[in-house]
Structures are given as structure tokens and as C-alpha cells.
Write a protein of this length. Structure first.
Length: 263
């Protein structure tokens, strides 16, 4: 398989899917809830995933797809080519704001990320990376991330993880919020990872993300020297949900060592 051909193919699918999502604003949105009242899905999430799967299955019948909305394959291992797709990351933003949502896609071969994409649909921006060949913001090469001091950092974190919760010691989170220069929450894990790799954030953390939220971003992060682990400083398992931290080197170590304590 020629990785450059696969890259071109994936990019053209993403651009077409982004166009379809934008066009959908002229049609009626059907909103449903999933596991809980604020866990939302729309007909456009589902149609976008089906659009990708229809093309991939036709053109690459031996590739498998791990998608959030469940129209792909039942993935129990990462053998061969696996496309990890979140058709709309930030569905609540898609519904309420009509912005700040992304298509997130990672293509893995035997468990190794070879291509990664984050498409900020309403900004018309595509971040892409190919293993060993660097990362790009549209056509511009993204430079390696630089070191950051915690006092001068902006951290992406959802307020849910700062108030007392069953996952994380909130004293450490309060100290973190008081130490950093600022915090932000954009409501799309993929966009927050995109902001770390392009230097707009210095770190992003979450207590609960799924493989399709992070698979594309992990390929990009690696190419620019950003560090990705779970919140216990261990490798991510792309077959399960994970806690998640992407950060500039140095800052990553400081966060896991001094601030983040899981219960
Ligand atoms: P989603 O919009 O594709 O569901 C919101 O803070 C971020 O967390 C989004 O990237 C969202 O992805 C993701 N997320 C992961 N699991 C979630 C869940 N159970 N409920 C809501 N958002 C979730
Ligand atoms: Ca969802
Ligand atoms: Ca998601
Ligand atoms: Ca989604």
C-alpha cells in the first residue's frame, strides 16, 4: 500500500465529508441522546460515518473501521489496516454553536499510527500527519512544539474534571488551575489536541476519551514532539476508553508528577 496514495484518498474523503456537514445546516437536524442526557448524536454524525464507511469498504475491502457511531467493524485487535473515525467530534458544539467541531481520523497499520487528521470543519482547516514525514496545517509544515513553563501555560481542561469527581483528586486540579496562566475548554477533544500541536494550548487533559477521539491526534502529536500518555503516564490503549494527556515535553512530566493524582 502506497502511503501517499492513501493520504490523498483520506484527505479527499475528509474534504467531501466536511462539505456535506456544512450543507446539512440547510436541513432539519434530528437529535437523540445516547448514554446520558448530555451525550448527544444527530443524523449527521451517523450519515457522515456511513459516508466514510461506504467509500472505504468499496475501495479498501480488507481495511476495517472503528467508528464512534458503530456502523463500522467490531474491533477487538489492531491487526492490518484500521481506520479510527469520529465523524463529528464535538457534537454538542455542532448542535448548539455550529462551530468548534472536527472530523477526527487516524489510520493505523498493525497498531502503528501511519496517518492522522483533524479537520476543523467550519474553519476549513485540515491538520494532517504521516508517520516520519512531519505534520501540516493545510499546506504549512508545523514546527516542533517548544518547552513551556507551567506558570506561562494555557491548559485545555473541562470544568467537570476540576470540581470534585470520582476520578481525580481535586486538590491537585485546584492547584493546577491556580498555577497556570489560563485554562480553556473547547468541547472537542480533537480540536484541543490540534491546538496543542499548533502551540495554541500547552497541554490538554481529559478523564475519559475513546480511541476515535484521539487516534488521529496521536499521529500528529508524535510528529511535532508533543507527548501523549494516559494520566498515569502510561501508553494509551486504542481498544478501550482512556484518561488522556497531551502536552509539551517537560510540562507533561510536571503535570503527571506534581498535579494529576487519580483516585
Ligand atoms: P463527541 O462530541 O464526539 O461525543 C467533549 O468534552 C469531548 O469529549 C468531545 O470530544 C466528545 O466527543 C468527547 N466525549 C467522549 N466521551 C464522551 C461522552 N460519553 N459524553 C460526551 N462527550 C464525550
Ligand atoms: Ca459522541
Ligand atoms: Ca468524540
Ligand atoms: Ca463524535
Amino acid at each position: 500500500m502506497d502511503i501517499h496514495k492513501l493520504d490523498k484518498y483520506a484527505k479527499s474523503l475528509i474534504k467531501e465529508a466536511a462539505g456535506r456537514i456544512k450543507a446539512s445546516f440547510n436541513t432539519e437536524l434530528i437529535i437523540e441522546t445516547k448514554s446520558e442526557a448530555n451525550d448527544l448524536v444527530t443524523n449527521i454524525d451517523k450519515e457522515t460515518e456511513q459516508f466514510f464507511i461506504g467509500h472505504i469498504k468499496r475501495d479498501f475491502p480488507d481495511h476495517r473501521i472503528f467508528g464512534e457511531e458503530g456502523f463500522g467493524d467490531n474491533i477487538q485487535d489492531l491487526n492490518g489496516y484500521v481506520w479510527m473515525l469520529d465523524p463529528i467530534d464535538g457534537t454538542m458544539n455542532f448542535i448548539h454553536q455550529k462551530k468548534n467541531f472536527a472530523i477526527s481520523l487516524g489510520i493505523y497499520k498493525d497498531g502503528v499510527g501511519i496517518l492522522g487528521y483533524i479537520c476543523n470543519v467550519m474553519e476549513d482547516d485540515l491538520i494532517s500527519a504521516s508517520l516520519g514525514e512531519g505534520a501540516y496545517f493545510n499546506d504549512l509544515r508545523i514546527p516542533n512544539v517548544e518547552q513551556a513553563r507551567i506558570e506561562q501555560s494555557i491548559i485545555g481542561i473541562n470544568a467537570s474534571w476540576v470540581v470534585p469527581n470520582k476520578y481525580i483528586e481535586h486538590e491537585g486540579m485546584i492547584e493546577l488551575v491556580q498555577t497556570v496562566r489560563g485554562t480553556r475548554s473547547y468541547g472537542s477533544a480533537a480540536i484541543e489536541i490540534a491546538y496543542v500541536v499548533t502551540g495554541k494550548l500547552d497541554a490538554y487533559m481529559s478523564m475519559r476519551l475513546s480511541p476515535w477521539d484521539i487516534a488521529g491526534g496521536m499521529v500528529v502529536a508524535k510528529e511535532v514532539g508533543a507527548i501523549v500518555t494516559n494520566l498515569e503516564d502510561k501508553p494509551i490503549n486504542l481498544l478501550t476508553q482512556n484518561t488522556f494527556l497531551v502536552a509539551k515535553p517537560g510540562l507533561h512530566k510536571e503535570l503527571v508528577t506534581n498535579y494529576i493524582k487519580l483516585k
